[in-house]
Design a protein around this ligand. Structure first.
Ligand code: FE2
Ligand code: FE2
Length: 154
């Protein structure tokens, strides 16, 4: 089994513990949506698509498990470190890359490391493209505009 598949098996089991069916469905859709977008963006930018996808699968897990978005990026980074330590799928530098991306993902105005940027951009892609009839949030507009340029989307 690939390590991405192994991580997804773990994340799926965690998400399946969520009692509210609607929240569970959106959580699954969001993590898999961001994971696919991360893969695409990482490949386009010459970064590791597998690490990008793994970071995406874990990025909001703390919020879903706790039911709160308070400081969920920083807490989620700690949770990811625990999970990756337990599953032993990544080496030290890969774990750092994944935890850093999750740590920074909620700070959308800042520009961080290339892999951090992949996760932020993938999060924005999922928010903005899963329903194009919805208005893009003001805090995501600038990043979304840059992505539209990069990917030739009008
Ligand atoms: Fe988040
Ligand atoms: Fe997210």
């Amino acid at each position: 089994m690939s390590r991405l598949k192994e991580l997804r098996k773990y994340v799926d089991a965690e998400l399946n513990k969520m009692e509210d069916a609607d929240k569970r469905t959106s959580a699954i859709a969001h993590l898999y949506g961001v994971s696919l977008a991360s893969t695409m963006i990482a490949k386009k930018r010459g970064l590791d698509p597998e690490i990008a996808a793994m970071a995406a699968m874990l990025h909001d897990l703390h919020a879903y498990k706790s039911g709160s978005y308070d400081d969920h990026a920083h807490k989620g980074s700690d949770l990811a470190r625990e999970i990756l330590g337990e599953l032993q799928l990544t080496d030290e530098s890969e774990t750092e890359m994944i935890c850093s991306a999750i740590y920074h993902h909620d700070d959308k105005p800042a520009t961080d490391s290339p892999m951090d940027e992949v996760l932020k951009d993938a999060d924005v892609i999922d928010h903005c493209l899963k329903d194009t009839s919805k208005v893009v949030k003001e805090k995501e507009q600038a990043r979304f505009d840059k992505l539209c340029d990069e990917f030739g989307m009008k």
